[in-house]
Design a protein around this ligand. Structure first.
Ligand code: SF4
Ligand code: ZN
Ligand code: ZN
Length: 312
């Protein structure tokens, strides 16, 4: 029988990067310690801050809130924010909303949600139906919408930081995709701690930056977290998923390669890239329509809204 490396009880999981077997409780403890270390390493959080946690209803963001709530029970003011995307198929958005809300209730943390359809009349179902009007893939539009709303509402709620559940696998696949496509602008804007550039932008942090998807899955299971089990009906064929699968295949052949890539990018490549490609300061200005941050006249969110709401 496999036994836990720490307490010698029956083991529940083998953690390769920990170099041994762990029981349920010690696995949860090891993951929390790892997240705390990442938070300290990248100076993400100060005591008594008000931190918005983006909750999708899925496992990664649920794990994020659970870990922050456990580590900083008394010392952080945590608020859940959920964006209801208005995806009707398989009750996807309804289930996601219910799960995010239930988690906040269980942890006794405030819950806030933004209903894309009620507030802005641009549900993702509507965007899908009018997709040909936009020159970008649906998931890119969805990403822009989520980023805009999470920024806006966490600032409205007087939060100092916005924490998102991006895990190692997300970061590495986006980095790799941007490298392949030469997207230097996006490359220099990645990282675990993206400081606010002006008062219309919240500081974004990614405490699960060094945690893998396999680890969040096991954490969610061992901590008994109820999370969305269905994939988004629009996720099929998403380009990021193809990069993720490719990198996962590579990881099985060369264990640890994702982590090596992420660490090396930040240690060796990010700074020179930033020095070379950094935009001049002050380029961000208020959107003429909503006052939100933009580099043009009208922000991407307002442009999407206008195009989608236009009559035929
Ligand atoms: Fe949005 Fe695409 Fe994710 Fe679905 S899979 S939630 S459409 S980004
Ligand atoms: Zn143990
Ligand atoms: Zn705008």
């Amino acid at each position: 029988m496999r036994i836990c490396k720490v307490c010698h009880d029956p083991a529940a999981i083998y953690l390769a990067n920990y170099g041994g077997n762990l029981c349920r409780d010690h696995f949860l403890e090891v993951i929390r310690k790892k997240v705390r270390k990442t938070i300290q390493k990248y100076k993400m959080i100060n005591p008594y801050e008000r931190v918005a946690v983006a909750l999708s209803g899925g496992k990664d963001s649920a794990v994020l809130l659970h870990i922050l709530d456990t580590i900083y029970t008394e010392t952080l003011d945590l608020i859940g924010i959920h964006i209801n995307l208005g995806i009707a198929a398989s009750d996807y958005s309804k289930t996601s909303y219910d799960l995010a809300k239930d988690l906040c209730q269980k942890l006794e943390r405030d819950f806030n949600s933004v209903d894309l359809n009620n507030e802005y009349q641009i549900s993702m179902d509507r965007v899908k139906n009018r997709e040909t009007r936009l020159s970008r893939p649906l998931c890119a539009v969805c990403g822009t919408v989520k980023r805009y709303l999470l920024n806006r509402y966490s600032l409205n709620l007087n939060c100092e930081k916005l924490a998102t559940g991006h895990v190692l696998d997300d970061e590495v696949s986006v980095l790799f995709m941007n490298l392949i496509n030469g997207k230097t602008e996006q490359l220099i804007r990645t990282g675990p701690h993206l400081k606010s550039e002006n008062s219309s932008m919240i500081t974004r942090i990614k405490p699960l930056y060094e945690i893998s998807e396999l680890e969040t899955s096991a954490y969610a299971e061992f901590a008994g977290l109820e999370t969305q089990t269905k994939d988004c009906p629009y996720s099929r064929g998403a380009t990021t998923l193809k990069y993720k699968n490719f990198l996962q295949n590579l990881e099985t052949q060369i264990p640890g390669i994702k982590n090596t890539f992420l660490q090396n990018f930040h240690k060796r490549l990010l700074k020179p890239l930033k020095n070379y490609y950094q935009e001049p300061e002050g380029i961000i200005k208020p959107c003429k329509s909503c006052n939100g941050p933009t580099t043009g006249e009208i922000c991407s969110f307002c442009t999407i809204k206008k195009v989608i709401l236009q009559e035929e």
